[in-house]
Design a protein around this ligand. Structure first.
Ligand code: ATP
Length: 353
């Protein structure tokens, strides 16, 4: 299987090197037959006179089952590249990656605000308040007069039903509970539609417990009783915010892994951004990208029934837990002083065992 690596901007190069090292050892250990290919996107592509997401690479992503996408920092691109869609939005739109799946859990040895938590936020990824995701043409954010700015929010029946299904399917193989987060008391039409459709999908899953929580209460309850949540399903912006909160509760943004998935495609991408403040300083925590890669291996294993791949994914998760259990391997963001490269080497050794 080909693994397409797109390091991206900021800390992207450093965290992809560490993750690739672990995957290479995993490949040898489990004879997975992985073939690693790296391509320049973002600033590295712009410096070669190309678009941040060259068409040829987009085609390669479409044709490759396993893409590992680093963070991109479009705000730092030169003006002529600023108006172009970002690599992550092009990939998301082209492959219709409607589900952003973001797990957060406490891990032995990792300092965390939450005492215990193990949840997954299933965030709708193609609609909501995001200006470029709401319209066929033009943007869902506009200024009719200099002192009036407006934003449109898109919620559809199809979008709500398909994200609900992902959440309920996931809950079935976890602790069988889905928390639906909304603001239906205020956004009565849009979140009303979302709620109605999620409730309708829930009827097909009588074995899964469903609860509904208003988003502001959820922000508080995540802190008060994070251990009580299993799968959380919500709209785009709420999911974006709550998943950062959950990652922080579990130890920090550097632990926030995620995949963006459709029914037949998925891309591994850490939930955090390009962290320009620590780029090229050997300080970045590669954990989020490693978790993302591990999730993608598992996603493929589940779809293909490939037991070897499933074993490899489980082994990578255990190796990562073992590495994180030892404070000597902790990067600065989680209170240690190990470099990104040291973390990567420790993980490679743990995978080899
Ligand atoms: P975006 O808008 O793309 O989400 P951002 O600048 O809001 O980007 P991040 O790039 O995720 O947010 O960074 C937020 C903070 O978290 C920064 O201080 C950054 O250094 C830190 N951070 C993010 N990812 C990591 C990581 N993998 N390792 C260590 N620190 C990180």
């Amino acid at each position: 299987m080909k693994i397409l690596i797109l390091p991206g901007d900021g800390i992207g190069a450093e965290i992809t090197v560490a993750t690739r090292l672990a995957l290479e050892v995993l490949d040898r250990k489990f004879a997975l037959g992985l073939e690693f290919v790296e391509r320049d996107i973002g600033m590295a592509a712009i410096e070669k006179g190309l678009d941040p997401m060259p068409d040829a690479i987009m085609e390669e992503v479409r044709a490759t089952p396993f893409t590992m996408l680093g963070p991109v920092s479009t705000m730092e691109y030169p003006p002529e590249a600023q108006h172009l869609p970002s690599p992550s939005s092009l990939i998301r739109d082209n492959l219709d990656l409607f589900a952003n799946i973001r797990p957060s859990r406490t891990r032995p040895g990792v300092p965390s605000v939450a005492k215990q938590m193990d949840l997954v936020i299933v965030r709708e990824n193609t609609e909501g308040f995001y200006a470029v995701r709401t319209m066929f043409e033009g943007k869902g954010e506009f200024m009719p007069t200099p002192d009036l700015a407006m934003s449109m929010r898109k919620i559809t029946v199809q979008g709500s039903r398909r994200i609900a299904k992902v959440a309920f399917d996931l809950a079935r193989v976890r602790r069988k509970k889905v928390t639906v987060v909304h603001k239906g008391n205020v956004l009565r039409i849009t979140d009303g539609l979302f709620l109605r459709e999620v409730r309708s999908v829930a009827q097909d899953y009588p074995d899964v417990e469903t609860e509904e929580i208003i988003v502001d209460a959820m922000a508080a309850l995540l802190i008060r009783r994070p251990e009580s949540f299993d799968v959380v399903v919500t709209t785009n912006l709420f999911g974006d915010i709550l998943s950062d909160e959950a990652a922080e509760l579990s130890g920090g943004l550097g632990l926030g892994g995620s995949i963006n998935a459709s029914n037949d495609h998925a891309v591994a991408q850490a939930a955090h951004g390009s962290a320009p403040d620590i780029a090229n300083q050997n300080k970045a925590n590669p954990t989020a990208l490693v978790i993302s890669a591990q999730m993608l291996l598992k996603w493929h294993a589940n779809r293909s029934g490939n037991n070897q791949l499933a074993s490899a994914a489980a082994h990578l998760e255990t190796a990562l837990d073992d590495v994180l259990a030892d404070p000597a391997n902790h990067t600065v963001d989680i209170g240690g002083n190990a470099g990104t490269d040291e973390f990567g080497e420790a993980l490679a050794r743990a995978v080899d065992q």
